[in-house]
Design a protein around this ligand. Sequence first.
Ligand SMILES: O=c1ccn([C@@H]2O[C@H](COP(=O)(O)O)[C@@H](O)[C@H]2O)c(=O)[nH]1
Length: 230
Amino acid sequence: MSKPVIVALDFADDFECIEFLSQFPKDTDLFVKIGLEMFCQFGYPFVRSLRNRGYKIFLDLKLHDIPNTVRRTCEMIAKWDVQMLTVHGSGGSEMIAAAKKGLEGSNTNLLAVTQLTSLGQSELSEELMIPQKSQDYVTHLAKLAFDNGADGVISSALEVPMIKEVTDESFLCVTPGIRPKTAQVGDQKCVATPKEARELGSDAIVVGRPITQSEDGFSAYKNICQEWNK
Ligand SMILES: O=c1ccn([C@@H]2O[C@H](COP(=O)(O)O)[C@@H](O)[C@H]2O)c(=O)[nH]1
């Protein structure tokens, strides 16, 4: 099976989103990410409607709360038949283990966010006052996630080799912050091209605006898939 390009559906309304999806031929094996923007507006019925179309779903809610709340939330999401769910790794060992417990019996992969790809070394040290070097912080959180039952992490593609080294080759590294050479970087600080992500060992890439804001979203998607799967 080829590794997926996951399309981040960050749209202001569901009509715009469905219109975007209508460009894709029906037999496209589409893996989409529903994040906070769309989930806050349209909730579970929207997730269900995309699942009913046959899409694979990455529900990117980045849960970050006390273990009991996260476990109970995950118990509910476990019934939704989504393929991936995120929590923040910085929620700690108990919270990660509680999320995994909540997902028990489902096929949902639990992914822990290490360091947001919109944060660079200076934000980490100067704003968040985290004394470690970014790479050490990321590998520490990845190991914490691995040791507490997560199936993988969300990280920059640039960190994948180090993460696989401290965890396991099978530990999933799903990487946003992907920018083809000609695309605008925007608010992302840690970026890689699809080709770089593949060479660094990412298991899946997440791409939003370079596809969703392109004049021809389907062509942009196909070009990225081609570069990624070469
Ligand atoms: O560290 C992270 C975690 C999640 N994201 C999400 O991925 C997409 C990226 O969208 P682009 O438009 O390609 O920048 C977006 O939905 C983020 O919420 C991330 O970028 N970094």
